[in-house]
Design a protein. Structure first.
Ligand SMILES: Cc1cc2nc3c(=O)[nH]c(=O)nc-3n(C[C@H](O)[C@H](O)[C@H](O)COP(=O)(O)OP(=O)(O)OC[C@H]3O[C@@H](n4cnc5c(N)ncnc54)[C@H](O)[C@@H]3O)c2cc1C
Length: 459
């Protein structure tokens, strides 16, 4: 049975799927979006008890999330985005204590010298290098094992030795190659960003968020698309259409046919859906690795952490948690009056087995960590643990080749999107969804990487 008048199906209503659907709609095409879960995917917000609102996944994004800002503008919520003024102070755990970053003790003397030397040093560029190797060759082994490791934990919950520099930081990598040194590359980046800001095309630098949570984007997308577009159904099969060109999509409610399909799920689910239709693409998708994360959301009246964004621990501190976001310092009305709200990250690539920790053990770790870092006990009055088996997909070594194999293996009219197509952040998800929509709207075969679609693959 074909879906009358509906040209494109989008599988998955995370930011990638919603973005694909919104830009398809904006291009005048009809679309239907399938997802058994509420829209937003990982970017959802829940009110646990009155006054305590938590994020299912991400809390914030940077001023360079250009695609996300663009989507917010299209959805009419661009002016809802706020720069998080409480995000100033950040901390690293060094020697079992919280130290202010960058120069409040978070970077040790020897690391500081390494950092300074590395800024001005010309180092031969190596394609396909890991973030850890790239940083260690420029700034020294100690900096790579300390501050860098903590930063990578905050972004990808993963070992920087497994992440590809060029895929993780494409702009910085390209600028270092053209400018010669990290210092000149950063100066050029600042100059380019200032020009964008002067032209009104970029927001002021910093950390940004939505006052009522990332769920604001999903709600605005739902309103833009209309409830009839969103179908609360899981797609169980995808096949070439039995009735002619196009694709048959199966859910528990039956089979519908579409001219084009955007598979916007996490990579493992995409691999399962594409196994019959595009086995080579599915095999490449199966290689995408995720870090698992348990996020403990908790409340306390008497927490003694300093104010700021939060803290991170490098692996060599051997802590039982990876770090924490001081949520109510960023968003003051996300905790009931008199309380502070925190989101503590546990597990990651460092300790994947911690994903399933019993909630009592989580509570013990939170209390021990607070005591250890502040010297004071804390009374945890609310605790809710969100467990993500596929939390973040860091762009692992071989990322570009893997992505190219996915794209090359897709039949005409089938597109993929997801944050795993880029560096694993919300902006990557939105960009991939928009690129898939652009591919469909312009009749360009494949895919979420616009440079690939422009190079060849014209239908
Ligand atoms: C704890 C945590 C913190 C994070 N912090 C940040 C941050 O600070 N900044 C940042 O930029 N990013 C952050 N991220 C990453 C960010 O959340 C993701 O990159 C982004 O939300 C992924 O969007 P997506 O659309 O690619 O995938 P998802 O959000 O995973 O959406 C995929 C959707 O596909 C659906 N689906 C799966 N199978 C099927 C099927 N068979 N049929 C129909 N639907 C299906 C799922 O239900 C899901 O809704 C964080 C992630 C986590 C988990």
């Amino acid at each position: 049975m074909s879906a009358p008048g509906v040209q494109t199906a989008v599988i998955g209503a995370g930011l990638a799927g919603l973005s694909a659907a919104v830009y398809l709609r904006r291009a005048g095409l009809t679309v239907r979006v399938y997802d058994p879960e509420p829209p937003g995917g990982k970017a959802r917000t829940l009110e646990l008890v009155p006054g305590w609102r938590i994020e299912w996944g991400p809390h914030s994004f940077t001023s360079r999330a250009y695609a996300l800002f663009d989507l917010a503008e299209v959805l009419g919520i661009g002016d809802r985005a706020v720069r998080l003024t409480g995000a100033g102070a950040r901390y690293l755990v060094r020697g079992g204590r919280l130290r202010g970053a960058p120069f409040g003790g978070a970077i040790r003397m020897g690391e500081g010298f390494g950092l300074l030397r590395g800024l001005f040093r010309r180092v031969e560029d190596v394609a396909g290098e890991s973030v850890r190797a790239w940083v260690a060759r420029r700034f020294g082994e100690a900096f790579a094992a300390g501050p860098l490791d903590a930063m990578m934990t905050g972004i990808w919950a993963s070992d920087p030795a497994t992440i590809e520099m060029e895929a993780a930081f494409p702009t910085v990598s390209a600028l270092v190659r053209s400018e010669g040194t990290v210092f000149r590359a950063l100066s050029e980046l600042r100059r380019l960003t200032a020009r964008l800001q002067a032209a009104g095309a970029a927001r002021p630098a910093g950390t940004w968020g939505f006052p009522n949570g990332m769920g604001e984007v999903a709600e605005a997308a739902r309103a833009y698309l209309g409830d009839d577009v969103l179908r609360p159904e899981a797609v169980t099969n995808l096949a070439f259409s039995s009735e002619g060109p196009g694709y048959d999509l199966t859910t528990e409610r039956g089979v519908s046919s579409f001219q084009a399909v955007v598979v916007a799920t996490e990579a493992p689910a995409a691999a399962r859906l594409l196994a019959g239709l595009a086995p080579d693409a599915a095999a490449a998708l199966g290689e995408v690795r995720y870090a698992p994360l348990a996020v403990a959301h908790w409340l306390a009246r008497d927490a003694a952490f300093p104010r700021g964004f939060g803290y991170l621990s490098p692996a060599n501190e051997e802590r039982e948690v990876l770090g924490a976001i001081f949520v109510s310092d960023l968003y003051p009305d996300r905790a009931p009056p008199g309380y502070r709200a925190f989101a503590t990250m546990i597990g990651g690539g460092r300790h994947p087995e911690d994903l399933d920790l019993h909630v009592d053990e989580v509570k013990r770790r939170l209390a021990d960590e607070h005591l250890m870092l502040t010297g004071r006990p804390v009374a945890i009055t609310g605790l809710h643990v969100v467990r993500h088996r596929h939390a973040v997909a860091p762009p692992a070594l071989g990322h570009a080749d893997r992505l190219a194999r996915v794209h090359a293996g897709l039949p005409t009219g089938v597109f993929v999107a997801g944050s795993w197509c880029g560096a694993g952040a919300m902006d990557d998800a939105v960009r991939a969804g928009r690129a898939a929509a652009l591919g469909i709207a312009t009749g360009v075969h494949a895919n979420s990487d616009p440079s690939l679609s422009l190079k060849s693959h014209v239908a």
